[in-house]
Design a protein around this ligand. Sequence first.
Ligand code: NAP
Length: 305
Amino acid sequence: MTAVVIDGNAIAEQLRKSIADELQVLRLSEVRPGLATVLIGESFDAQAYERHVKRLAESLDYRYVCERLPEDIELADVIATLGKLNADPRITGILVLHPLPLHIPEAEMNSAVDPLKDIEAVHPLNTGLLAQGRPRFLPSTPASCFYLLDHYADASGGGHESFYSGRTLVVVGRSNSVGKPAQMLGLQRNATVIACHSRTKPLEDYTRQADILIVAAGVRGIVDGAMVKEGVVAVDVGIHAVKDEQTGKTRMVGDLDFDSVAAKAEAITPVPGGVGPITDVWLVGNALMAAAIAHQVEPRFGLFR
Ligand code: NAP
C-alpha cells in the first residue's frame, strides 16, 4: 500500500487564509483581535515560539504584546500580570508559553486566565465544556489532528461526517493538552475510542486495532509498522530533534517510525509538515474567535467544532 502523505503545510495555509477572510468580515463590526503572550524565564523553545506567534499574529494585523517575566518571579506576580491582561479590553486572547519554571504550577496558570480569553483551551471551564461536547475553544494540537483527519476524509471522497463512525480510534497519550482532548474529539465524531498511556501493556495489542491512530506519547518511534494494521490512517503528534549521522545536521522526527508505518498505512501525517503547522494557525484562529466573543459577534467559522 502506498500511503497518502497528508500535507499539513498546505492545509495550514488554507486555514490561515480562511482566518484572514473571516477577519475581513469581523472588521466590519470593528473587531480587532489582540493576542498577549506571557513568557516566563529564558527558555530557548519558549522564546522561539513567542517570535513565531508574534510573526503570525502580526501577519494578520492583530494587536500583539508579550509580557516578559523573570525566571524567579513569584507566583502571585504572574497571577497579577494575568489579571491585568484579563482586564484589558484590547487583549482578547492570552497564551502562557511553556515550559514554565518549576515553581510555577501549571494548574494555577490554567485557572488564572479568563476563560473567555483562554485560547489554549486549558481553563477547567473550557476543558469541561469540551468534555460535555459543547466546546468554546478547542486546544490547538488535538484540534489540528482532527482538522487534518477531517480534511483527508473530505478529500478522499467519503466526507468527514461518516469517516469516524464505526471506526476504532486509538489515541496513544493522555495528557490534558493533547491526549485527553483528542479522545473527547474522537468520541464527538462517533469513533470508538481506545485510550493508551504508559501503563498500557502491550501497546501493540491496542495500536493494531486502530483504523485511525493518533500518537502523542513524546517517545521517538514508539509505534512502528509491526504495531499497526494495513490501511490505518495515522497521525503523528510527536516532535523530536535528531542529529543525522550522515549529514551531521539536525532534523525533526515523530513518534511514528514513518517508513514502516507508511508502508502499511492508507494515509499518514509527516514530521515535520504534518500536525505542527496547523497548531500555530489554530491558536491565532482561537484568538479571532475570542475577539468575536468579546464583541458579541457570531463568527462564521465552522472550523472549531
Ligand atoms: P506529555 O504531557 O509528556 O504526555 C505524554 C503521554 O504519552 C502521557 O499520557 C504518557 O502516559 C504517554 N506515554 C509516554 N510513554 C508512553 C509509552 N511508552 N507508551 C504509551 N504511552 C506513553 O506530552 P504531550 O504534551 O501530550 O505531547 C506529546 C508529544 O507531542 C511530545 O513529543 C510533544 O513534543 C509533541 N507535541 C507536538 C505538538 C505539535 O504542534 N506537533 C504540540 C504539542 C506537543 P502517562 O500519562 O501514563 O504518563
